[in-house]
Write a protein that binds this ligand. Structure first.
Ligand code: GRF
Length: 176
């Protein structure tokens, strides 16, 4: 199966997915990394030898045309900071990862939101994408007890969970 990955930032999940394909944890062919702005994910793509496209101002139309052309089996959002229009959401199978136990703490800075709220348990959510912000059918969640940890420690543990589980969940989606 073929996948396309969309990112806007650091790209650590993108890299974890690439590494999982190389270790045989994820049996998928990564057609392209697509970004919407200059970001570290692009540097990782260069280093990893994955082809890359940066969307321009007319990003939604450009993305729609590109996805039509690439025709991936699954579109993987990995820190893509744009809301996808219905035209895209309704024409492709799309998965997202979010660093909280949804529906708690959607939107930006979810790890910090949860930490500052004072929750004792947070975690990660992997879900299919609809037109909302961090909404859509939940596929997988993993909880993390954070009592006594610093924000930096929580961030580190959340990212560890993401990097471990996202490739595995993508694999299971592709096989279902
Ligand atoms: C992750 O925490 C993910 O859950 C959220 O954005 C972050 C992306 O991190 N959607 P990275 O760019 O993969 O390092």
């Amino acid at each position: 199966p073929n996948i396309v990955i969309l990112a806007s930032g650091n790209g650590s999940n993108f890299e974890a997915i690439v590494n999982a394909t190389r270790k045989g944890i994820l049996n998928a062919n990564i057609l392209r990394l697509i970004t919407n702005k200059k970001c570290f994910a692009e540097e990782r793509a260069k280093k990893l030898g994955i082809s890359h496209t940066r969307l321009k101002d007319n990003w939604a139309e450009e993305l729609f045309v590109l996805l039509k052309e690439l025709a991936p089996d699954l579109v993987v959002l990995a820190g893509f900071m744009k809301i996808l229009p219905s035209k895209i959401v309704n024409n492709f199978k799309i998965v997202n990862i979010h660093p909280s136990l949804l529906p708690a703490f959607p939107g930006k800075d979810a790890i910090k939101q949860a930490y500052e709220y004072g929750v004792k348990v947070t975690g990660i959510t992997i879900h299919f994408v609809d037109e909302g912000v961090d909404t859509g059918p939940i596929i997988f969640q993993k909880a993390l007890e954070i009592d006594g940890l610093t924000l930096e420690e929580v961030e580190k543990e959340i990212h560890k969970l993401e990097h471990k589980h996202y490739p595995q969940v993508i694999e299971s989606i592709l096989n279902s």
